[in-house]
Ligand binder design. Structure first.
Ligand SMILES: Nc1ncnc2c1ncn2[C@@H]1O[C@H](COP(=O)(O)OP(=O)(O)O)[C@@H](O)[C@H]1O
Ligand SMILES: O=C(CO)[C@@H](O)[C@H](O)COP(=O)(O)O
Length: 576
């Protein structure tokens, strides 16, 4: 029994690298974490990234991730992991980030020396030492060009699953060709963060993953190929064939055996030489693999970003949302909403509440949670009071596309009257519940086309809402999520809380290695899944009355967003 196989999932996210080990029964046996700000040395980063505010650039040093990988493996060894039992490795990478490899990359990867660290020997493999981060918003010009190339943002979304977004890899590459033309011409290959993780383990450059490639604005989802017209645009003044070589092929099978782990890992850590690398995917696609998700379920990932995820057989792209190929199952898609102002925006409110109370409790969220739970929905002490709602964006937002700023409104649900005002607002306390509500109302507004009535005359809503990511520990958020999003069976959290994407990546490795011919991910994981052990109900879902009241608030919220977008466009002199 001691030799039973183990599988590792790595999660290379914005603020940390995690390694999580599971057995064939899907039980977690080891977890190691490297927090970029707290545990790294030699990088002047904040929250995992560097910024160049003048150009709205956000990027991460790649050498930091190399330091993190050896440290996480070392930590697993110290915990007693017998690496020889590990039969498969997969990973989850923050989406859209790109890694630029130079001419010597393949040779350096092939000849990794186990007596040296990755950080000591790989920096020369990169033509550029930084990876543009998903929080970057430097590519407005390129996004405009991408949105036009097929005729409209709608047509780009129809082809690639998304309209152009600042963080998407295609616009980022086009900007790179303009800002760093010499470096681009010296770049042999481009990886996503996901394929970068797989490459480090393989000892050569791994292909893109079938789901994560959809985060580039380059892949035609229905045709299953790169879109030639878009590639032509993306290559800028360079040859399109050269860009194709840099990007490489995209295998369709998310469980493909890419090859065995490089001898660096067998010699340095004791991995078995038959340990197999399975394609790593994006952190959001990996998150939906952390449980056998049904098409009627919703997941909300409360990480640095907030994302809303559903698995669906319907491909219904729209400029306000994202569709990706499902990471394991052909014919299914992942629907996603993504917000930049997630965890860090909530932290600002949390910190200003602690500051105003001059109270810095050991559990920093204690005051924020207490105040949110004591505040009535939408700030309405009486049903006739005006609803309070706002937008809280310390960083430029994705949906809606707005610059950083704060806007506060009151809304009369009976008359439809909406007023921009701070009167009646008591800052910062009213902002605690308001920021949670604001983020969740936006999710409800944009996902309502995908939910259905569960029957018995109930309104359309998810069957269950699963919360994952760092914020899933938060009781106040869970309660308000149930009130706003509903969920006939309730709001749940995974037993492993904020490690869902690493877990999904580990499950992907289990499936890749142990599946029978033709066996789907859902079938294999569904058979081994132990609901009572793996998930916990943390809040009620649908509650009659409050759900309907929030339904009225969604109408006001939509109006409020439109008004702010118009105001900002008018101020910028652009059309809305
Ligand atoms: N108790 C809590 N309540 C609300 N948010 C929390 C709590 N604990 C952690 N967080 C949030 O979780 C975020 C990190 O989540 P995580 O999923 O680990 O991040 P990543 O984006 O790096 O994957 C932090 O930004 C923090 O604000
Ligand atoms: O840009 C997106 C998705 O489109 C982000 O969700 C990134 O994938 C980073 O996620 P976290 O670090 O917050 O997990």
């Amino acid at each position: 029994m001691s030799q039973s196989p183990l599988y590792i999932g790595f999660d290379l996210s914005t603020q940390q690298l995690k390694g999580l080990v599971v057995n064939s029964e899907l039980k977690v046996v080891y977890i190691a974490k490297f927090d970029f700000d707290a545990d790294s040395h030699g990088f002047p980063i904040k929250k995992g990234v560097l910024t160049n505010e003048a150009e709205h650039e956000v990027y991460a040093p790649i050498a930091l991730w190399l330091q993190a990988l050896d440290t996480v493996l070392e930590s697993l060894r110290k915990q007693g992991l017998d690496f020889s039992r590990v039969k498969g490795i997969s990973g989850a990478g923050q989406q859209h980030g790109s890694v630029y490899w130079g001419d010597e990359a393949e040779q350096l990867l092939r000849n990794l020396d186990p007596s040296k660290s990755l950080e000591d020997q790989l920096p020369a493999a990169f033509s550029h030492p930084y990876s543009p981060n998903w929080q970057d918003s430097s590519t407005q010009r390129e996004c405009d060009e991408f949105d036009e190339i097929l005729g409209s943002p709608e047509q780009l979304a129809q082809a690639t699953g998304s309209k152009a977004h600042h963080r998407f890899t295609g616009p980022q590459i086009l900007r790179f060709t303009r800002k760093h033309p010499e470096v681009y011409s010296k770049t042999a290959r481009i990886s996503l963060v996901s394929s970068f993780i797989a490459s480090l383990f393989l000892g050569h450059i791994a292909p893109f993953d079938i789901s994560d490639v959809c985060g580039m604005n380059l892949w035609n989802i229905k045709n299953g190929t790169y879109d030639d017209k878009i590639l032509q645009l993306c290559s800028g003044k360079f040859e399109v064939e050269d860009l194709k070589r840099k990007l490489g092929d995209v295998p369709e099978d998310g469980g493909l055996h890419l090859g065995s782990v490089h001898s660096y890992y067998t010699k340095r850590y004791g991995f078995s030489s038959d340990c197999t690398v399975i394609p790593a995917t994006g952190d959001n696609p990996a998150t939906i693999l952390a449980l056998p998700l049904r098409p009627s379920d919703a997941m909300v990932s409360l990480g640095t970003s907030t994302t809303f995820l559903m698995s669906t057989p319907s491909y219904m792209p729209d400029p306000a949302t994202h569709f990706f190929n499902h990471p394991t199952t052909a014919g299914l898609y992942m629907f996603m909403l993504c917000y930049k102002n997630g965890g860090l925006a909530r932290e600002y409110v949390r910190d200003s509440i602690n500051e105003s109370l001059k109270d810095h409790p050991s559990q920093p969220w204690a005051n924020f949670d207490k105040i949110s739970l004591e505040s009535p929905p939408l700030g309405q002490k009486n049903p006739t009071d005006l609803m309070k709602m706002g937008l809280f964006f310390p960083r430029p937002e994705i949906v809606p596309n707005l610059p950083s700023g704060q806007w506060r409104f009151t809304y009369n649900a009976e008359s439809g009257d909406l007023q921009e005002t701070t009167s009646g607002w008591s800052a910062p306390n009213d902002e605690a519940r308001a920021i949670i509500e604001s983020q969740l109302l936006s999710l409800r507004l944009r996902s309502r086309g995908l939910t259905q009535s569960p029957g018995n005359g109930l309104p359309a809503q998810p069957r269950r809402v699963y919360l994952v990511g760092g914020g899933s520990k938060n009781q106040a958020i869970a309660k308000i999520a149930g009130e706003i999003l509903g969920g006939v069976e309730g709001v749940y959290k995974l037993d492993i809380g904020d490690n869902a994407c690493a877990l999904g990546a580990a499950y992907k490795a289990v499936w890749g290695m142990e599946r029978q011919p033709g066996q789907t991910f859902e079938n294999l994981i569904g058979q081994r899944w132990q609901e009572e052990e793996f998930i916990e109900k943390i809040a009620d879902g649908y509650q009659k009355g409050v759900f309907e009241q929030y339904g009225k608030a969604v109408e006001g919220f939509e109006k409020m967003e439109q008004q702010v977008v118009q105001q900002v466009s008018a101020a910028q002199g652009a059309k809305p």
